[in-house]
Design a protein around this ligand. Structure first.
Ligand SMILES: Cc1cc2nc3c(=O)[nH]c(=O)nc-3n(C[C@H](O)[C@H](O)[C@H](O)COP(=O)(O)O)c2cc1C
Length: 157
């Protein structure tokens, strides 16, 4: 039996862009792991970013980030943004997407929906708290994920 609905497919199948920083300095990357829920009486988004990602630096240095979802036709662009690092090249320019401000952060004009988030929390997903098979499957290189929880402060359609 398959336990899924369109809500879960948003991340897993449609992917998203996680963007942090302001107009003068920002970065984006493709994500397909994440969640939406509630904590501390607030609607929140959870994302998981490996320490090696250039975007990780921007997530740490900025108080806001966005999560944006795209029509199917942009899958190729999201593939580029999820394969190249902003550390090595101007991948945002190369992707052809048009960056625009969104609240205290950035998104792209082509997004069908952008969730603007205020960073509330960050924590390393510690291997001692995971089953061994997960550690072996995903963290052979010790490139751990940090979980970020962001309060949803705006949803731009
Ligand atoms: C479909 C897809 C989903 C991805 N999901 C994640 C994710 O949830 N977390 C993560 O750390 N990296 C994820 N990645 C990998 C990053 O997007 C990729 O390493 C990217 O090049 C990082 O860019 P940056 O170094 O400019 O931040 C995903 C890649 C793809 C193609």
């Amino acid at each position: 039996m398959e336990f899924t609905t369109d809500i879960f497919k948003q991340f897993d199948k449609k992917w998203a862009l996680l963007t942090a920083g302001r107009e003068d300095s920002f970065n984006t990357m493709t994500v397909s792991w994440g969640g939406m829920g509630t904590i501390w009486g607030k609607p929140v988004v959870m994302v998981y970013v490996r320490a090696s990602r250039y975007t990780h630096e921007f997530m740490d240095d900025n108080a806001y980030f966005t999560l944006s979802f795209y029509p199917e036709q942009y899958k190729k662009e999201l593939g580029v943004l999820g394969a190249k690092s902003g550390r090595d090249m101007d991948k945002m320019h190369a992707s052809g997407l048009t960056a625009i401000p969104a609240g205290e952060s950035m998104t792209f004009q082509e997004a069908e929906v952008t969730i603007v988030c205020r960073k509330l929390f960050r924590q390393r997903l510690a291997p001692e708290n995971m089953p061994k098979d997960v550690v072996e499957r995903f963290y052979g290189d010790q490139d751990w994920h940090d979980m970020y929880i962001g309060e949803v402060v705006d949803i731009i359609r």
